[in-house]
Design a protein around this ligand. Structure first.
Ligand code: MRU
Length: 352
């Protein structure tokens, strides 16, 4: 992704591996500071996923893949299996809703088992983790190309949370079609849901769109209906954390409301996601519950430029904080994937 640093534009991936270190853009610091966080072992990588230094289902998946590679590189020969099992459990225990986390770990373990000795296993793990990261970039490009065809010159698009380059290795899912439409010279405008409580919309999506020079405005989460009623939104594109065979889609809390509102206002509602986010086996989606502090406090830069946290609720009030909700397929116009624009009936024949 393009990042302006000191007046110059540089290209960055969200996450990559250098030697044994996993390097990632620290998303807890954006938009205030652009910083790279270095994770030195699988425990730090698992912590980075939990604390949302890296976030967004595809990026979480890639981080977990690198975490497994780190664990395999560090595993002592005499306790290899035990060490790896502990690393797998630690990484799987970080973010329960993101399907890519489980998909990546299973994919790397299937490859590693083929290694005849520990040094072969190390090489296989690092190569596969890097391959998954590279594939994610290509996948998002394809999502961008397919999704771009759904956007007309002059369209105003609503998006929720951050399903941008920061949530993947590059380009994004929901933001990839928006990027491609912009690169083609289509005049577009993006309504960015603030996305309480962690404000991935106002902190991350707005930052990415600013870096690209894409026209946008942040709106309060409860303002989308107002703009839809006024006929100001032409289409909605969101990402996904997990999609079941019947099309039921988990995405950031608040997505369901936007989908219902879009149907009521006859506005197309698209979910953009790689096939690695599809879970055709499960019947239910586990929903992550996060700390109530994310709702009881707000944080940001104060007027002196200092990072600060303020309580915005009475001292004795409690909060409930489910991080995701689920949207039934009847509210989703289509799914934009790297294999094309799909309906749930297409899933089984396309994803093995
Ligand atoms: O809690 P987060 O920030 O990890 O949630 C992210 C989302 O809900 C994204 O929309 C989703 O992961 C798709 S990202 C391409």
């Amino acid at each position: 992704m393009r990042v302006k640093i000191g007046g110059k534009i540089k290209n960055f991936r969200t996450i990559w591996m250098k030697g044994k270190t996993v390097r990632m853009i620290d998303q807890t610091k954006l938009p205030y500071k652009f910083e790279i966080y270095d994770s030195l072992d699988f425990k730090q990588t698992a912590e980075a996923i939990k604390k949302m230094i890296v976030r967004g289902a595809p990026a979480i998946g890639v981080a977990a893949g690198f975490g497994i590679a780190q664990a395999i590189l560090d595993a002592p020969e005499d306790r290899f299996e035990e060490f790896l099992k502990h690393a797998v459990e630690t990484l799987r225990d970080t973010r329960p809703t993101a399907q890519n986390l489980f998909w990546t770990i299973d994919r790397i373990l299937k490859i590693v088992i083929k290694g005849k000795n520990v040094s072969e296993k190390k090489k296989l793990a690092v190569d596969e983790a890097n391959k998954i990261a590279d594939e994610d970039v290509e996948t998002c490009k394809k999502i961008g190309e397919y999704g771009d065809k759904l956007i007309k010159d002059g369209d105003k698009i609503l998006t929720h949370c951050n399903a941008g380059a920061l949530a993947t290795v590059d380009y994004g899912t929901a933001l990839a079609p928006i990027r491609f439409a912009h690169y083609e010279g289509k005049k577009i405008f993006v309504f960015v849901d603030e996305t309480r409580p962690r404000c991935q919309g106002s902190r991350l999506t707005a930052w990415e769109l600013s870096q690209e020079g894409i026209e946008h405005a942040i709106i309060a989460d409860n303002a989308a209906g107002y703009f839809m009623q006024k006929g100001e939104i032409d289409l909605v594109i969101v990402g996904a954390d997990r999609i079941l065979s019947n099309g039921l889609t988990a995405n950031k809390i608040g997505t369901y409301e936007k989908a219902v509102l879009a149907k009521e206002n006859e506005i197309p509602f698209y979910v953009a996601a790689p096939t690695s986010s599809f879970d055709l086996k499960s019947k239910e989606i586990p929903i992550e519950k996060r700390s109530q502090d994310e709702i009881l406090y707000m944080f940001g830069l104060n007027d002196e430029g200092k990072f600060s946290r303020v309580r915005i609720a009475p001292k004795k009030s409690q909060a409930l904080n489910p991080a995701f909700d689920t949207t039934p397929a009847k509210f989703i116009t289509s799914f934009i994937t790297e294999k094309g624009i799909l309906k749930p009936k297409d899933f089984r024949k396309l994803f093995k």
